[in-house]
Design a protein around this ligand. Structure first.
Ligand SMILES: *Cc1c(COP(=O)(O)O)cnc(C)c1O
Length: 394
């Protein structure tokens, strides 16, 4: 049996999969089973934040694995406590952290905190959560319902939990708030929805309004967090103070981890929430190594250099190929090119892989770039060279 046949026979076919068999990665270069190399501009959908085969990360994982991989959350876990401290210090917010295993789970935790806050802090019950169109918040029954894309709300999985509504724009959120609204849940750059950032001023205005109305601001930083936009959190870049922040993708450098941080530390009490695996020794040791590597990169100014260089390359490409792309979108190392049609988007991605470059798609016909934050200048140059080759025939 070939690998493709094996996959098709035994793995549930929930993904439209490509069958390139990657066997190794070094930095932002991947190698397939035939030894062919590919530049990785996707980092596993913003997950491999420190690249592939990163020595400091793999050493931290190996050293931790040799000691203890897992003990239940009924015991204190040293790297978990240290990672929570590190995240809180880097964020600059006075918050507490709960650890989960994925972005969807982190958002579930955020919604649970908001719901209990709405149940216990007011005379009347507040439970409604407002989200935005084109948002993406996860694949569990609740987070899929929180996701503002109709195609996700198929009757196949109904009934969904009540209390979620979607607005077209930030401006529309103001009118949608009523006395049962407990929280507004947003991404500052809508990732899956097309790498679309919001304006800083409109987010600051919304944050101030929500504070005044006692409505919680939940920022889904599952994709934007952990330096993806150039600051530890996109919330830091936007200079706001959310009530709740969720993280996942880049935090473990590839080891599954999710986290919800909140300044409302007293809302959840023992027994309210939990996770078997969340915050175990292995994932939090990985998280600590990732934050060591990335905070050094940030402090040295090299992260800034990388994102300026990447943006400049992408701008040049967008300008040169305005027959294919409408505009360049995104922030930091979360970037996209809006293709003029879904056909162009599809061909650009397929041709890129053929030319030895891994890129991604996103909503609104966007070709998406999410390179590792440690990508080198040479890898960026080589990646864009291959991108030129890929699109030259279109
Ligand atoms: C990827 C993503 C999620 C879901 O994360 P999973 O780990 O796949 O559950 C949620 N929110 C945003 C903004 C994401 O980008």
């Amino acid at each position: 049996m070939t690998l493709e046949e094996l996959d098709k026979q035994y793995v549930l076919q929930t993904y439209a999969r490509d069958y390139t068999n990657f066997v190794k990665g070094v930095g932002s270069t991947l190698y397939d089973e035939n030894g062919r190399d590919y530049i990785d501009f996707a980092s596993g959908i913003a997950v491999n934040s420190v690249g592939h085969g990163n020595e400091r990360l793999t050493n931290a994982i190996c050293e931790q694995a040799k000691k203890i991989i897992h003990i239940s959350n009924l015991q204190v876990i040293e790297p978990q406590a240290k990672l929570a401290q590190r995240m809180v210090e880097l964020s600059g917010y006075d918050m507490g952290v709960f650890f989960a295993n994925s972005g969807a789970e982190a958002n579930e935790g955020a919604i649970k905190i908001a719901r209990k806050y709405g149940e216990t802090k007011f005379e009347n019950k507040r439970y409604k959560v407002i989200t935005l169109e084109h948002s993406f918040h996860g694949r569990t029954i609740t987070t899929v319902k929180a996701t503002g894309q109709k195609s996700f709300h198929t009757p196949n999985f109904s009934p969904y939990p009540a209390g979620f509504s979607y607005e077209k724009s930030i401006e529309d959120v103001y009118k949608a708030i009523d006395d049962e609204t407990v929280a507004v849940l947003i991404e500052l750059v809508q990732g899956e929805g097309g790498v679309q950032p919001f304006e800083k001023e409109e987010i600051q205005k919304l944050a101030a309004h929500l504070k005044e109305k006692n409505v919680l601001l939940i920022v889904d930083e599952v994709q934007t967090g952990v330096y993806r936009t150039g600051e530890f959190l996109a919330s830091n870049l936007y200079e706001i103070e959310p009530d709740i922040v969720t993280l996942a993708k880049g935090l473990g450098g590839g080891v599954p981890i999710g986290a919800v941080m909140t300044k409302h530390k007293d809302v959840l009490s023992a027994g309210d929430h939990g996770s078997t695996f969340g915050g175990n020794y292995l994932s939090t040791a990985a998280g600590l190594a990732v934050l060591d590597i990335l905070s050094e990169l940030y402090d040295s100014g090299r992260l800034d250099e990388t994102l300026i260089y990447f943006e400049q390359k992408l701008r040049e490409t967008a300008a040169k190929h305005d027959n294919l792309f409408e505009k360049e979108v995104g922030l930091g190392l979360m970037r996209g090119l809006r293709a003029k049609s879904a056909e162009i988007q599809g061909s650009v991605i397929t041709n890129s892989l053929k030319a030895g470059l891994v890129i991604l798609k996103a909503g609104r016909n966007t070709v998406r770039f999410l390179p590792s934050l440690t990508i080198s200048k040479n890898e960026i140059d080589e990646g864009f060279k291959r991108f030129e080759t890929a699109i030259s025939s279109l």
